[in-house]
Design a protein. Structure first.
Length: 249
């Protein structure tokens, strides 16, 4: 799903403000001629990620001028309707727990299906044929809408339904979180051999937001967060397993 041709030059990145989508944005900036970003406000508890998106975009532009030249408009869609149809720990003030289905109650049914459908509609209007998303089947909570099969099916459905050949690019699909940190390092290094790798991973650690509780008062080596929720645990364990992580001062 990651083949690349002259046809696919323009990309729309689903950018939440988190580690994974920031890494996907770097991947897109390294790969495509013109890149735009899209985010969604669906009443999520970790709304702080919406503010952090703008910080990450600003910092990326400042630190990587070559990427800044390719980085176009940012779009944020109001998806309050998603909060109305879902009763989950991401949209309600309830404790994060496993459900009888075996899925954690952080699963928002239909979220990625809706995100990608709306992203495709925007991509259609903006002239993008690639949609880049950070879904992953390796380090994930078992969400069915993150699976490679789901993405392939959606790629077919969206391409048929809009009569345009969309490519859904999923650079993180088979990577664990340690490999995601390493990918960011490699992308930064390729963009700027003079310290770009450490600069990009430091930018991601400092400015992206992953914590489900929206906690930005506690700074850990891997970034800000409560340190306890599933998102923080995944991010922290990936950092701990990443061989090239910087040693704390």
């Amino acid at each position: 799903m990651s083949h690349h041709s002259d046809m696919h030059q323009n990309a729309l990145v689903l950018f939440s403000g988190g580690q994974d989508s920031a890494t996907c944005l770097a991947h897109a900036l390294a790969r495509y001629a013109r890149v735009e970003t899209i985010g969604f406000d669906y009443g999520q508890r970790h709304r702080v990620e919406l503010a952090q998106r703008l910080v990450v975009l600003r910092e990326l532009r400042a630190r990587f001028p070559a990427w800044a030249a390719r980085l176009g408009e940012d779009h944020v869609l109001d998806l309050a309707v998603l909060g109305q149809v879902s009763d989950t720990a991401l949209t309600r003030d309830t404790a994060i727990a496993m459900q009888a289905s075996g899925l954690p109650n952080t699963f928002v049914p239909g979220r990625n299906l809706l995100f990608l459908t709306l992203a495709a509609a925007l991509a259609y209007r903006r002239g993008h044929s690639v949609i880049v998303t950070g879904v992953c089947e390796t380090d994930f909570s078992g969400y069915p809408d993150c699976r490679d099969d789901t993405m392939k099916a959606l790629q077919v459905a969206l391409s048929l339904g809009m009569d345009r050949r969309f490519l859904i690019d999923t650079p993180l699909m088979w990577l664990d979180k340690a490999a995601t940190w390493q990918l960011a390092h490699a992308l930064g290094q390729a963009a700027d051999p003079h310290g770009g790798g450490p600069a990009l991973t430091a930018l991601i650690a400092e400015h992206t937001h992953t914590c489900y509780l929206g906690e930005r008062r506690q700074r850990h080596p891997w970034g800000w967060g409560c340190g306890q929720c599933p998102a923080c645990e995944l991010r922290a364990s990936g950092w701990a397993r990443w061989p090239q992580r910087p040693e704390p001062d």
